[in-house]
Design a protein around this ligand. Structure first.
Ligand code: NAP
Length: 281
């Protein structure tokens, strides 16, 4: 079983992004990503700091808009204002959000042209319709890893465990678009291990440590672990028990798998959004 090196893939993506940013800066355009953070959740703060550091390394301006305690109307107004701000090219809205505000409801206030993390329901609809759209960065990261690892997708059986709007559903759409035969599982799936064990490509996006054990994995399968579960000692584990994946062809580790590629995909989408805007200005 090979361990798929997400950090190496992220470094390669970031290298290409850096040269795209240099080109844009040479034209007097600095890509700017706005991150709206309506929470003081520590895991979110850690993730946002990571985005900020990664953005700086590739030359993207990252502006963090902290809105802890803000009411729903103010958050929507801020996203709408950023959407018409000509200096801003990409917008992401971090979760958790205040009670009563779903990410889809907040995302509806992000201009789809700046929706680099695919939060606007229009982006998901466009993906479903086979039109150009920004996919949520995590779903895009899984696809990027599969492509970079030369995993055959056409005709492959893919099983996605998890049906959230941010990971499972958009990923299923992207896999369908890549000609995989896709099954989406969730908490009500009957005999999950047997369904999972049909997969050539198995993606776990649940949020349960070690849910996926050896009996979920077909020998030779590629296993992508999206789950991030904090441990008591301050570490992070995925949804897959690495020992259970011994007969898989490959596994993305946690940490160091999908996470770094997700951040890289966000930055890449920000540069794409900047370049598309500058070509129409
Ligand atoms: P979510 O919204 O909580 O969705 C979890 C999904 O897992 C739901 O569809 C749920 O089913 C399903 N599920 C729960 N328990 C299950 C079980 N025992 N068996 C089968 N399915 C089960 O979570 P999410 O936002 O999609 O995130 C999933 C995981 O990915 C989390 O660990 C999150 O931290 C991580 N994540 C990582 C990244 C990254 O960049 N690496 C980015 C985003 C998320 P129901 O729909 O039936 O409830």
């Amino acid at each position: 079983m090979r361990t798929i090196d997400g950090r190496a893939h992220a470094a390669a993506i970031n290298m290409a992004v850096t040269s795209d940013v240099e080109r844009l800066r040479g034209q007097g355009i600095t890509p700017r990503l706005a991150v709206v953070v309506p929470t003081d959740d520590e895991a979110t703060a850690w993730y946002v700091r990571n985005i900020g550091r990664a953005a700086k390394r590739v030359g993207i301006d990252c502006v963090v808009e902290t809105m802890v305690g803000a009411d729903i109307a103010s958050i929507k107004r801020r996203l709408a204002a950023l959407s018409i701000d000509l200096d801003v090219h990409g917008i992401i809205c971090q979760t958790p959000l205040p009670p009563g505000l779903s990410l889809a409801a907040a995302g509806a206030f992000i201009d789809p042209a700046k929706d680099v993390d695919g939060a606007n329901p229009l982006s998901l609809g466009r993906l479903a319709a086979g039109l150009d759209a920004y996919a949520p960065a995590t779903a895009a990261a899984v696809m990027e890893i599969l492509r970079r690892e030369n995993v055959p997708m056409r005709g492959a059986r893919a099983v996605v465990i998890g049906r959230s709007t941010v990971v499972g559903k958009p990923l299923a759409l992207l896999l369908i678009a890549a000609d995989a035969t896709v099954t989406v599982c969730h908490s009500r799936t009957v005999d999950l291990p047997a369904v999972a064990a049909t997969a050539d490509i198995l993606v776990a996006a649940v949020g349960r440590p070690a849910l996926v054990t050896a009996n979920y994995i077909k020998p030779g399968a590629i296993v992508v672990d999206v789950g991030t579960n904090p441990t008591a000692d301050g570490g992070l584990v995925g949804d897959v028990d690495p020992a259970g994946a011994a007969n898989a062809a490959g596994l993305t580790p946690v940490p160091g798998g999908v996470g770094p590629v997700t951040t890289a995909m966000l930055l890449r989408a920000t540069v794409t959004a900047t370049a598309l805007r500058s070509s129409t200005d």
